[in-house]
Write a protein that binds this ligand. Structure first.
Ligand SMILES: [Zn+2]
Length: 79
């Protein structure tokens, strides 16, 4: 299945798919160190999320919390 293949590619690149607990925006997240998190926003996710993203607000606060939860639960591995 195409979706599976794409997902696998993201996982191989160290990216995991994660959705914001509040707005359900689906983004790709990679944790390269405990302090450093890369978030790839898609156009669709940006339009779903109510948070205005900017240099000062690089990601939705609820999504950040979701990422931290995923790390604590061991769902997001540090690559
Ligand atoms: Zn959000």
């Amino acid at each position: 299945m195409t979706a599976c293949t794409e997902r696998q590619e993201y996982l191989e690149g160290g990216y995991a798919e994660l959705s914001c607990a509040r707005c359900a925006a689906l983004v790709r997240v990679r944790k390269s160190s405990p302090q450093q998190t890369s978030v790839q926003w898609t156009r669709a996710a940006e339009s779903i999320c109510s948070t205005r993203l900017s240099a000062l607000v690089p990601t939705c606060p609820d999504l950040r919390a979701s990422i931290e939860d995923a790390v604590r639960a061991g769902k997001l591995e540090v690559t």
